[in-house]
Design a protein around this ligand. Structure first.
Ligand code: COA
Ligand code: HC5
Length: 633
């Protein structure tokens, strides 16, 4: 199994499909009022100056490539940016593209990062969220909570539909709100060589139903009354009860498991599956639904210490074909998971949106579920939720068997360790006048260095939502300054005072990188843009993109992301390279939730060791600051 890193996903001329055919763009232009006015006020994503990106690229390589490779790359970069050379030509084309489009990057990004990517969305793309464990341990509790949660999502949907969502801000600047219009009523559809995403929210007849899955059986549940009002919690309980009672046996083929397969295999199986009219209608009902609710069977009981790690994998992959992996439609953008044992969380398909809008929705839903219920339930009888039928031919059965085997291999290979770092949270870095995010990232650099005695290419997501239709760029956390600090921490000859100075410098440099990235001046998406422009314009891709340093820079041994949430939840995703880690964290004021993932098949990675090294690094940095008088100034 080859696994390409996030962003290392090679783009070939042959792989570039013209935008018209497969991706169905969703026009948001018709939305009246507030939303549109806000969107129109947003700036366009800039194309950074060529020389700036070249310089920043070379600086970023310094801590992660050897001197010889760096010298070679320096020559290639110099050649690339010669006046009248290939770099200038590509830059001009890119600037022209930027002048024509709302966002020069967003279509490309959707394709390269998601729709062209052929690895399964499970583990390799879709993130999971573990919500605080709930107090129930039976079906009644499960039903009641699911009902409240559905009502909470519908409440959030009203804000989307009425355009009353408050505009978000980052660094004092208003953010693009487009992603909120893409997470409900949408679904990924497999295709070869490229998937697509459909969104039914803006269709003439937007959906009024959700998908409910129980014991691998799919149901279409209408969640609005005939007068257009959403079903109340009591009504939803009645309907969910009907669903549960009619799916008590899990004797059916786990059709949903097909969606966990490699995208080409799934695309082939999909074509075959929907040849049958009943199957096609059932699949379309799932795709159109507002979102999905997975009522999971309980997972094996584990110790309290292991609970969150197990819950994390339940969200990421469902535990395998014996457990809950067949209780999903992994292409569905948003799936809430509620286990009979009180485990609760979310998995989402990443193509339409970044984590923060999903987490904002989750925060709202969690608050909603805590409210005491009011409102009278109309006593009108409700129609029985429709079970979605599938006709399973021998060929479909064999595709399901193949998908089962593949997901079980993935399940065995993924290791996730969740830790709650309870010694401190954002409060301590703030008390030393340091950016908490930068502090955590520098600690990660220190942890990695302590384990491997080297620095590695590190990815941190930076939001580009200050710009219209903005997605993300990369903060390269391994910098010259972080390298100087981590080496000093490992050097017994160094004095604390020097270490503190280097720590302060590293944290400042990280924060400065963040500011430059969120303002659209980082190097990675620009380089990607130049490369994709070359694929469109030139017979061959320039040497700087075929270089060893370029592959190394895009081989992210540490793939990280901060996703802050109001809810005390744990967010997680898989590594992006076979010998790497995925690290997602939610920094709260007094503690930090981390999820560290790696592959068991890699002998060089170990999630427990990295998690411990990270705890040590955070504490060592705090102690260093506390013990050194200068730091308190
Ligand atoms: N002294 C004291 N306090 C400081 C400080 C300093 N030097 N620097 C920052 N702080 C404070 C901030 O004011 C902020 O306060 P708050 O808790 O009241 O909000 C807090 O510390 C956090 O700031 P910081 O840790 O610097 O990070 P950030 O919130 O600016 O986030 C990123 C940094 C990179 C995570 C953010 O810019 C971003 O891009 N987020 C989106 C990431 C994303 O999309 N992830 C998911 C991808 S799917
Ligand atoms: C609910 C948490 C979601 C976090 C997902 C995330 O960070 O995705 C990154 C998106 C991006 O464009 O940077 C990709 N990453 C998982 C590979 C870091």
């Amino acid at each position: 199994m080859t696994m390409l890193g996030f962003l290392t996903r090679t783009v070939t001329k042959a792989g570039m499909v013209k935008p018209s055919c497969l991706v169905k763009p969703v026009s948001l232009n018709w939305i009246p009022g507030r939303y549109l006015a806000h969107q129109e006020s947003l700036p366009k994503l800039p194309v950074p100056p060529l020389n700036q990106t070249c310089d920043r690229y070379l600086a970023a390589l310094e801590p992660i490539v050897g001197a010889e490779d760096l010298n070679h790359t320096r020559q290639l970069v110099e050649e690339f940016q010669l006046p009248g050379g290939v770099g200038e030509r590509l830059q001009k084309s890119l600037e022209h593209r930027a002048s024509k489009l709302e966002n020069w990057l967003s279509d490309w990004w959707l394709k390269v990062a998601y729709l062209d990517y052929r690895m399964p969305v499970v583990v390799h793309s879709s993130p999971g969220v573990v919500l605080p464990r709930l107090e129930f341990s039976d079906r009644q509790g499960q039903i009641r909570h699911a009902a409240k949660l559905i009502a909470g999502v519908l409440d959030f949907k009203t804000m989307i539909d009425h355009e009353t969502l408050p505009v978000e801000y980052l660094g004092g600047k208003a953010l693009c709100m487009n992603q909120y219009y893409r997470v409900l009523s949408s679904c990924r559809i497999p295709g070869a060589p490229r998937d697509s995403v459909v969104n039914h929210a803006l269709s003439k007849t937007p959906p009024t139903h959700i998908t409910v899955v129980h014991n691998f059986q799919f149901f279409m549940l209408d969640v609005y009354n005939s007068d257009g009002s959403p079903l109340t919690v009591d009504q939803l309980c009645v309907q969910l009860e009907k669903i549960l009672n009619s799916s008590l046996q899990n004797s059916e083929e786990p059709i949903g498991i097909l969606t966990s397969n490699h995208r080409n295999s799934w695309a082939k199986a999909y074509t075959n599956l929907i040849k049958d009219k009943t199957n096609k209608e059932s699949v379309q009902a799932i795709q159109k639904s507002i979102f999905a609710v997975c009522l999971d069977a309980p997972m094996p009981q584990v110790s309290d210490e292991m609970y969150r790690s197990q819950a994390a994998v339940q969200m990421l992959h469902g535990g395998g074909s014996r457990w809950n992996s067949g209780n999903r439609w992994f292409d569905k953008t948003l799936q809430f998971i509620i286990g009979e044992d009180g485990t609760c969380g979310v998995i989402y398909e990443h193509a339409p949106a970044e984590g923060p809008p999903i987490v904002a929705l989750i925060d709202h839903v969690v608050e909603y579920t805590k409210k005491t219920e009011t409102g009278r339930t109309p006593m009108v009888p409700l129609p029985t939720p429709q079970k979605l039928s599938f006709n399973i031919t021998p060929e479909i059965k064999s595709d399901i068997e193949e998908a089962k085997q593949n997901i079980n291999t993935m399940v065995h290979d993924l290791d996730v360790k969740v830790i709650v770092f309870s010694h401190f949270g954002k409060n301590v870095p703030k008390s030393f006048k340091m950016s908490p995010d930068a502090f955590i990232q520098v600690a990660l650099q220190l942890a990695y260095y302590k384990m491997y005695k080297r620095c590695c290419s590190t990815y941190e997501s930076a939001s580009l939502r200050m710009f219209k239709l903005g997605r993300t760029d990369t903060i390269r956390s391994a910098s010259i300054d972080s390298a100087n600090f981590v080496r000093a921490m490992d050097d017994p000859a160094k004095q604390n005072l020097e270490k503190v100075t280097l720590l302060q410098k590293a944290v400042k440099a990280h924060r400065a990188y963040t500011d430059m990235a969120i303002r659209g001046q980082a190097l990675d998406r620009h380089l990607l843009g130049l490369k994709l422009q070359a694929v469109e314009d030139l017979p061959a891709v320039p040497d700087i993109f075929m270089d060893k340093s370029y592959s190394k820079a895009n081989h992210y041994n540490l793939s990280t992301s901060q996703v802050p949430a109001k809810t005390d939840c744990v967010m997680c995703f898989g590594p992006v390279v076979p010998d790497g880690y995925g690290v997602c964290y939610n920094p709260m004021e007094g503690h930090i939730n981390f999820a560290v993932s790696a592959f068991n098949s890699c002998a060089d990675t170990n999630t427990s060791q990295l998690a411990h090294a990270l705890e040590d690094a955070l504490l060592d940095m705090k102690n260093l600051l506390e013990q050194t008088p200068k730091a308190k100034l």
